[in-house]
Structures are given as structure tokens and as C-alpha cells.
Ligand binder design. Structure first.
Ligand code: FEO
Length: 168
């Protein structure tokens, strides 16, 4: 039986992952409207990944015979500024998710919920990877500065992103 704090925390995290998916979908729409199809594609891949994260947590609760409580998902913003600002907003959001996953892991440790700890270790690794890849894009965009050709090249590079193996 999973501990109560862990179940409540996972239910909250499911909503956070769905919000992340919604946020990246809003960013995909914004980038598309700003004539940045590569950025839009990259955001759409993020959206897919976040859905995968939410469902991974959802399935974990179901497999353990727990109740899933789906919660309201906040409305994401409509506008995100320059391409650099969009990606920076991504990193800010990922850092929030990392803090939330770490807190959930602490709860699982406190409540001695070993299966939850194992499952959450996957998320801890995933957050390291996500923050690193977004950080790399920010560094490249900062190097590009105001150069139109460099931005177009970045757009092409982001447009070539493939879905990860396992779809998450
Ligand atoms: Fe589900 Fe991007 O963290």
C-alpha cells in the first residue's frame, strides 16, 4: 500500500505534468504564429513528453490500486515574447517541476514507500536531462543574438527533433 502523502503528492504531480503539457502546447501555438515552425515542433514534442509523464504517474497509482484524482488545469499564457524568452520560460518551468519532483521523493523517503522512490528516480533523471537540453538551447540562442540567419538555423535544428525511444 502506498503511503497517503505519496498518493496525494502523485495526484498533485499528475496535474502539474498536464499543466506542463498545456503550457508547451500554448508555446507551440505561439511559435507557429510567430513563423518559427521548428520551435513549434520542438514544443509539441515537449507536449507529448509531458503527457507521457502524467500518464506514467497515473498508471503507477492504478497499478497499486489507488484512486486517481484528476484536478483542474490552469490556463496557460497566450504570449511568450522573443524566441529566447520562450525557451527561458521553459527552463523556469522545468526548474519548478524539478523542485516538485524532489519534494515528492522526500515524501516517499519519509513514508518509506520504496516502489514510489524507484519510480520517482526515473523522473529525477529525466529532469536533469530536460534542464540540460533546455540550457543548451538557451546558450545557443544567446550566441545567436540578433542574427536572423542564426535564428533560422536554430529553428531548423529544433525542427529536426525526434520523439525519444519509448515516447516519453
Ligand atoms: Fe514532466 Fe518536463 O517535466
Amino acid at each position: 500500500m502506498p503511503a497517503k502523502g505519496v498518493v496525494a503528492g502523485i495526484n498533485d504531480q499528475i496535474a502539474k505534468e498536464f499543466y506542463a503539457a498545456y503550457l508547451y502546447l500554448a508555446m507551440a501555438a505561439y511559435c507557429d504564429a510567430e513563423s518559427l515552425p521548428g520551435f513549434a515542433h520542438w514544443m509539441r514534442m515537449q507536449y507529448d513528453e509531458e503527457l507521457g509523464h502524467a500518464l506514467r504517474l497515473f498508471d503507477f497509482l492504478l497499478e497499486r490500486g489507488e484512486r486517481v484524482q484528476l484536478k483542474a488545469i490552469e490556463k496557460p499564457p497566450l504570449k511568450f515574447g522573443s524566441p529566447l524568452e520562450v525557451i527561458k520560460a521553459t527552463l523556469t518551468h522545468e526548474k519548478k517541476v524539478t523542485a516538485s519532483i524532489n519534494k515528492l521523493y522526500e515524501t516517499a523517503v519519509k513514508e518509506k514507500d520504496y516502489p514510489a522512490q524507484l519510480m520517482l528516480q526515473w523522473f529525477i533523471n529525466e529532469q536533469v536531462e530536460e534542464e540540460r537540453s533546455v540550457g543548451d538551447i538557451i546558450a545557443q540562442l544567446e550566441m545567436a543574438g540578433d542574427s536572423g540567419p542564426a535564428l533560422l538555423m536554430m529553428d531548423r535544428q529544433l525542427g529536426s527533433r525526434q520523439a525519444e525511444g519509448g515516447g516519453e
